[in-house]
Ligand binder design. Structure first.
Ligand code: GUN
Length: 349
């Protein structure tokens, strides 16, 4: 603690009078409150928003997607069981997988396994990569008409000869548990109740779980995809918590990206480039949400590869107040978003 105080004193020495007064008050609290001081200090540091001092006293916290997801899944399971017990439906998700991309196989596999875990019904439809757009549309239409199926997801990306937009636009909006249909996206934009895209929804659930106040913060979203980046900007700027942030969206054509990201209190990295966000782009005390899942070569692993995010975790983490790891960060939360949407679809069916 003495070391920390000395470091903080150095920072404060170069700061404004108000900061110096604040620092003295904090030290006084430390002396008076003994054991309670860590929590009080955390509250005070958050309130006064002094990231440099905050980084010294308040350690970085990993946002544990696996643990939060377990908690939320237990709630969903309980709700689904109660719904069934009172004569309601058993939520049922139909997942369509076209081709055999290993990453898509893994994602769909884990969505179907989660359905089993929660007592939901599930149907996995595997189709050859050579299927035509017309044939896939027929599959979607059959699922739209099936009263047993409450939620439909078509795993993306689809083969190049099939239009994602045409397939998504033909999913019944009442079963659009991915939240990708224009009606779902339009409702989200207007702040009307509906299905939120699963990954942004999962990120909101995580911020909520950890009681992270996003109000008035500058949130920089890197990436402008329809399924993560763009909806994330809408959700972080809406008038609720999580939300109420001032949002900037950055993408491949942003010229002053480093400058933008350096000014962020919250960084949401969804650009799909391994370890793109480096420590020199992140300010002290930032909250970092890493959406990337990139496989890179790693000869030290038996498999010869490993997963990394869009953030250079090892070097960025020490600067953060909160950070999500990859894997076990946003990934499990995306599945929670999808399962919450499927439960909602069954309730409304
Ligand atoms: N591909 C990458 N993320 C997703 C997702 O959330 N849903 C679907 N259907 N495909 C994806």
């Amino acid at each position: 603690m003495t070391g920390n105080l000395a470091k903080a004193a150095k920072v404060v020495h170069c700061s404004a009078r108000r900061s110096r007064v604040f620092f003295i008050k904090c030290v006084w609290q430390y002396c008076v409150n003994g054991k309670e001081c860590a929590e009080k200090m955390e509250l005070a540091l958050n309130r006064f928003s002094m990231p440099a001092i905050r980084a010294i006293f308040a350690p970085m916290q990993i946002l544990d997607g696996t643990a939060v997801a377990a908690h939320i899944k237990a709630q969903i399971k309980e709700e689904a069981a109660a719904m069934k017990a009172s004569g309601g439906k058993t939520p049922h998700l139909a997942a369509v997988l076209v081709g055999n991309d290993p990453a898509s196989e893994a994602y769909v596999g884990s969505k179907v396994r989660t359905c089993e875990e929660l007592g939901f019904g599930s149907t996995l439809i595997r189709l050859e990569a050579s299927i035509t757009e017309g044939e896939l549309l027929e599959v979607v239409k059959k699922l739209n008409a099936d009263p047993e199926v409450n939620g439909i997801l078509v795993q993306l990306p689809l083969p190049k000869h099939i239009s994602d937009d045409i397939i998504i636009n033909n999913i019944d909006p009442k079963k659009d548990v991915d939240g990708f249909h224009p009606i779902s996206q339009g409702k989200m934009l207007l702040g009307q109740p509906g299905f939120l895209p699963a990954t942004p929804y999962g990120i909101l659930l995580m911020l909520e779980h950890y009681n992270i106040d996003t109000t008035g913060k500058h949130c920089v979203v890197i990436g402008r995809s329809n399924i993560v980046g763009t909806p994330m900007t809408v959700l972080m700027s809406r008038n609720s918590n999580p939300g109420n942030a001032t949002v900037t969206i950055c993408h491949s054509k942003t010229t002053n990206l480093k400058e933008m990201v350096l000014s962020a209190d919250i960084i949401i990295a969804a650009i799909g480039r391994p370890r793109f966000v480096t420590a020199d782009m992140v300010k002290e005390g930032a909250i970092v949400i890493d959406v990337g899942i990139n496989r890179i070569d790693d000869p030290t692993r038996k498999s010869g590869s490993r997963l990394v995010g869009d953030v250079d975790f090892d070097n960025v983490a020490p600067k953060c107040s909160y950070i999500t790891p990859v894997p076990k960060g946003v990934g499990p939360m995306t599945i929670c978003g999808l399962m919450k949407n499927t439960l909602l679809a069954a309730k409304q069916a």
